[in-house]
Design a protein around this ligand. Structure first.
Ligand code: ATR
Length: 282
């Protein structure tokens, strides 16, 4: 029986066991996918013992993605650029890592809004943390000609922009509304709007009606940002698809079948989110 797990701290909110459990049943695979709540000081030892405990690999979530990058052999250019990986597997005893967050973000938009990257002149990115870095990598890869990064802590946005090249500029948060006036895509990668966190208050009056608006927050599924955007007619994409799509490559590595992100899987996770107390995500 093949085993995999998600390693995080805390990890009890993780929906990864639900997602991988669905695919294991769907494909009739005798395997298991578990939660492993491991504090930072125990991470290295846990990862070193993965094979001995019968694990084919693992997902890695907050706060271990950078530590996983340091411990694994990372051949994929995305993982190397972000210096963070979320998927580990063993190859002849050697720990390998990759970052599937970027691919998950892009696949979600591809599935929900085909053609979203057809004319990506200007992207407005809210947030300059780990998720912001991943999304920035993705939109640059898809040919965004200009990206404006806004962040509460301007210095963090400036740091991200200075390392990303001349297509990217950092702007102070209070200039956000002006930055929206010619945006083709608006992405929230901050935790604002997540259950238990402060609201994201951003006037969308200047945003072109054709701009796609997406949020990586998926608890709640429709954030205030997405609701405001939908009500004024903008196309919107919620953050749940990113979670579902980032899981695909890991499952394929560990269990040998490339799974599909189906409406049934999405329904299952939405039902679970609705049952759970709103305590945040991953
Ligand atoms: P992640 O890896 O999920 O991106 P992170 O690195 O902690 O997590 O980044 C969280 C993001 O949400 C950052 O952009 C953070 O802004 P700061 O860099 O200024 O901390 C943003 N964020 C979190 N709480 C916020 C708040 N109350 N107001 C504005 N931005 C907030």
């Amino acid at each position: 029986m093949r085993r995999a797990c998600v390693i995080g701290y805390p990890v009890r909110h993780s929906r990864s066991p639900l997602i991988h459990g669905f695919w294991l049943r769907e494909h009739g695979i005798e395997g298991s996918y578990e939660r492993a709540e491991i504090a930072p000081d125990g991470f290295e030892a846990f990862v070193a013992g993965l094979e001995e405990r019968g694990f084919a690999g693992a997902n890695v979530t907050v706060p271990h993605k950078e530590a996983a990058f340091r411990l694994a052999v990372v051949e994929d250019p995305v993982g190397r650029a972000l210096e963070a990986v979320n998927t580990l597997w063993l190859d002849k005893g050697r720990l390998q890592g990759t970052n599937t967050d970027v691919a998950g973000f892009l696949a979600n938009l591809d599935q929900e809004r085909p053609g979203w990257d057809g004319d990506l002149d200007h992207v407005v990115l809210l947030g300059a943390g780990g998720a912001g870095r991943a999304v920035l990598h993705g939109v640059l890869d898809r040919g965004a000609r200009r990206v404006t990064v806004l962040n509460r802590t301007l210095a963090r946005a400036e740091d991200l922009a200075s390392r990303a090249g001349d297509r990217v500029r950092a702007v102070a948060w209070h200039d956000a509304e002006a930055a929206l006036s010619d945006a083709a895509l608006l992405v929230n990668t901050t935790s604002l709007g997540m259950a238990g966190q402060p609201c994201l208050t951003l006037g969308l009056e200047r945003l072109p009606p054709s701009a796609v608006v997406t949020d990586i927050v998926y608890v709640p599924l429709e954030t205030e940002l997405l609701k405001t955007a939908r009500e004024r007619g903008n196309p919107t994409v919620d953050g749940l698809g990113m979670l579902l799509h980032q899981a695909v490559p890991g499952f394929e590595r560990w269990f040998g079948v490339r799974p599909f992100v189906s409406p049934e899987l999405r329904r299952l996770v939405i039902d679970d989110l609705q049952r759970a107390r709103p305590e945040g995500q991953e």
